[in-house]
Design a binder for this molecule. Structure first.
Ligand SMILES: [Zn+2]
Length: 339
């Protein structure tokens, strides 16, 4: 059972912890202590900002930490709850999954009150923090497995009104690409639980790989602040891509299995086009070379649809069934909002 000393109904700024019981060999009565900050003032919406759902995706963690330090109640027109490193043990270990129980936080929802550490954290969000919140922001990157065009993204939720609000907030991140995605790998996702509770949910893939370029940090931090202004939780003037002198967003969707290209066999993956490239159907994206039989011709990876290469596998070494690329098709705002 998770406890916290924070009073979510109190005005002003509070810094504390979510405490998760975790009994281990050298700490029989130990707790995992997950930092949490709440800044509340005014009648605006409650926004839950989450970094580190996957522990080794640090872009969002840094952006949330900066806000947690910088925000004062005078800057806020609602309530902002920040958890920079949601899967805290994984963030400390630089791993995607929790080293305590091997669980993927983003497959652990809705969670269990007396489950493992990851499951308890998921349950606390599902039953305490999501019900308090109007808006849930969950910041990801591709980290070790994938390199993405930095983008805000969302599910095509069934409720049209919820979808329209999510769509507007996704665009407020002001990334070059905005991406509608489907879940091809399992259930129990954090955003799905929040969506099912009717929340305005904003998620991102802020690049990927080991190194984070300065421009990606800037986009993560400016996007997060602009979305907080957009939803009415933070004072300030909302910026649009036009007001920033940027071209219109490239709106894409990958809702079919054929958009997600899986490795037909194991080997060494070579990408042959740049991320963000507009592809034709049938165009070669890359090859899988045979480590043990270099004399054999490599396996071609071919676009099954026209569209943009929005993400590619980051490590070269690839196992059969790994996702090596996603081709997302162009779509108009009208089509998204009416679908
Ligand atoms: Zn992630």
């Amino acid at each position: 059972m998770i406890v916290t000393s924070l009073d979510f109904d109190k005005r002003g700024k509070q810094q504390g912890f979510l405490q998760v019981p975790y009994s281990h060999n050298l700490g029989g009565w130990a707790n995992v202590m997950i930092p949490i900050t709440v800044v509340a003032r005014g009648k605006g919406p409650t926004v839950l900002v989450l970094g580190g759902n996957h522990g080794d995706e640090y872009q969002g963690q840094i952006a949330a930490m900066k806000l947690a330090r910088d925000l004062t109640p005078e800057m806020v027109t609602g309530r902002i709850i920040l958890i920079p490193s949601l899967n805290f043990p994984a963030a400390r270990a630089a791993t995607r999954l929790s080293p305590l129980d091997g669980m993927n936080m983003n497959r652990a929802f809705p969670g269990e009150p007396e489950g493992t550490a990851t499951s308890q954290i998921a349950h606390f969000l599902s039953t305490v923090l999501f019900p308090l919140s109007d808006v849930v922001i969950d910041i990801h990157s591709g980290r070790r497995s994938m390199e993405f065009v930095p983008c805000a993204h969302m599910h095509l939720v069934a409720d049209r009104e919820q979808r329209a609000r999510m769509f507007a907030a996704m665009l407020a991140w002001n990334s070059d690409f905005a991406f509608l995605y489907a879940d091809i790998a399992g259930t129990g996702l954090l955003p799905v639980e929040a969506e099912n509770q009717g929340k305005l949910v904003i998620t991102t893939e802020m690049g990927g790989g080991e190194a984070i370029p300065a421009a990606v940090h800037r986009l993560t931090q400016s996007g997060l602040r602009n979305v907080l202004i957009h939803v009415g939780a933070l004072k300030g003037r909302e910026r649009t891509r036009a007001s920033l002198g940027l071209p219109p967003v490239i709106l894409v969707q990958a809702l079919e299995r054929e958009n997600y290209l899986l490795a037909p066999e194991s080997g060494i993956f070579e990408i042959t086009v740049d991320l963000g490239t507009k592809m034709k159907r049938g165009q070669t994206i890359g090859f899988i070379h045979h480590l043990e039989r270099p004399d054999r011709a490599p396996e071609s990876i071919v676009a099954q649809t026209a569209g943009y290469l929005v993400t590619m596998r980051a490590p070269c070494l690839t196992q059969q069934g790994d996702c090596v690329a996603v081709i997302a098709q162009s779509v108009s705002a009208k089509e998204v909002l009416r679908a």
